[in-house]
Design a protein around this ligand. Structure first.
Ligand code: AKB
Length: 332
């Protein structure tokens, strides 16, 4: 191992000889392409394989290895891991909160049966396994302000139930079979060049696109709905940092991570500082509102900060300036 020259990382990187070989499932969602880019810079282009069941756009296909992989097909998954000598598995395939409620059987298959395949393959081949969890793994009976790592978890969505299941199964496999399972509970993630699909926190991405395209945004949550949020660069960096954290630094296997909390009203006001002509209206979606009302308002991530040095870089003003600068560079 060698000490990294990239100052934004707190841990170590790998030399060419002992680099991990990484497979990312659900690679064409909001986070996979960005994570692959980051990991390819550290471990080399050909050591990070993106996978999905959809056809990738040309720029993704040509930027590094891409492979078809269906997590519900155990043999296909196993073949990919064996043939490519995979050592790290990053499991991003999942149906998110709102879309999961619209198709519970599919969410159950992908989020629960798919996870079982991933766990078995990871345990059988001695892989380091990262599975993201979420603020959605908490529910109305959890403390919401703030929400600590360890507390009551009785979510009321299939997404939340599947993520508590993933946390518990991953930890069980860790203690029972020695699986190197690592899990972060992500807040709502905000990104400019990739779209989330079917989440409750998606409004916080859509507002930027609508503000620039039409100058009008209709929010599907009430103005004072406060939720934990994070800019994508912080989220991807946290993921790499926990994956590289020395085993002895991890006192737990599932950590909350956070950067900021805001409501639609507060986000709109911050955007209006740059685009005063933006009009915001509210047309509440009952399903999404009920979900958001059962989720944490503030997320306590002190254990991540203490154990492996987690530190966010983007707060609300920084997030808004970065998103607007990215989507519409001439305006700023
Ligand atoms: C969702 O809204 O479902 C996701 C999440 C917070 O896990 N973005």
């Amino acid at each position: 191992r060698q000490v990294t020259s990239d100052a934004s990382f707190h841990s170590v990187s790998f030399s060419e000889a002992d680099h991990p070989r990484v497979l990312i499932t659900g690679g064409l969602g909001q986070l996979g392409v960005g994570l692959a880019k980051l990991l390819r810079k550290r471990f080399g282009k050909n050591n990070v394989i993106l996978s999905d069941i959809r056809k990738p756009p040309d720029n993704v296909f040509y930027s590094g290895p891409f492979i078809y992989s269906d997590i519900l097909d155990y043999k296909n998954l196993r073949e990919i891991v064996v043939n490519n000598r995979i050592t790290w598995l990053i499991h991003y395939s999942a149906l998110l909160s709102a879309v999961g409620e619209a198709n519970v059987p599919l969410a159950r298959a992908v989020n629960i049966t798919g996870l079982h395949n991933i766990l078995d393959i990871a345990a059988e081949h001695g892989l380091r396994l990262f599975v993201p969890s979420t603020i959605g793994a908490f529910g109305p009976t959890s403390p919401r302000n703030p929400t600590p790592d360890l507390c009551i978890q009785r979510p009321r969505t299939i997404y939340g139930v599947s993520k508590v299941h993933a946390e518990l199964m991953g930890e069980y496999y860790h203690y029972r079979y020695g699986l190197d399972f690592r899990c972060l509970r992500y807040p709502g993630i905000i990104s400019a060049d990739s779209q989330p699909g079917g989440g409750t926190t998606d409004y916080a991405v859509q507002i930027f696109h609508d503000a620039i395209k039409t100058g009008r945004f209709v929010c599907n949550l009430k103005p004072d709905t406060r939720l934990p949020m994070m800019y994508i660069d912080d989220c991807l960096r946290a993921t790499v940092e926990v994956l590289e954290a020395p085993t002895e630094s991890l006192t737990m296997r599932t950590y909350n991570i956070n950067a900021m909390s805001f409501s639609p009203e507060e986000l709109a006001q911050e955007v209006q500082k740059h685009l005063p002509e933006l009009e915001v209206a509210y047309n509440v979606d009952a399903v999404r509102q009920a979900i958001a009302d059962s989720w944490p308002m503030n997320f306590d991530d002190n254990n991540a900060r203490k154990d492996w040095g987690w530190k966010h870089e983007y707060d609300l003003p920084e997030l808004v300036t970065t998103m607007l600068g990215y989507l519409n560079p001439e305006r700023l």
